[in-house]
Design a protein around this ligand. Structure first.
Ligand SMILES: [Zn+2]
Ligand SMILES: [Zn+2]
Length: 99
């Protein structure tokens, strides 16, 4: 993964948070990376459809304030990696569209 703004390669410490959910049988995972130089987030949007094919698109840049609000939301769930979690955090993050 590279910063969408400066194209710097991210290291493991730059990976800030991730959250998974399933919508219509497809698994979605958003991984947030923060560039300390640009002060913006780059997001990897992984999608694993029912045939098992994984695709990834990169989105961003997201400014620090907006990104931190999403990170703080994700951190309120104790199992953000669990696509079967149906807590308020998961519902809000995925706009109540979870299976
Ligand atoms: Zn950057
Ligand atoms: Zn949750």
């Amino acid at each position: 993964m590279n910063c969408i703004q400066c194209n710097r390669a991210f290291s493991d410490e730059d990976r800030v948070a991730s959250i998974s959910g399933s919508i219509m049988g497809d698994e979605y995972t958003d991984v947030y990376y923060f560039c300390r130089i640009c002060r913006v987030f780059t997001v990897a949007n992984w999608r694993d459809n029912f045939t098992g094919i994984e695709t990834m698109v990169t989105s961003g840049p997201i400014d620090e304030r907006t990104g931190m609000k999403r990170i703080e939301l994700i951190r309120r769930c104790s199992r953000p990696w669990d696509k079967k979690c149906r807590c308020p955090v998961h519902r809000e993050y995925f706009n109540d569209a979870l299976d």
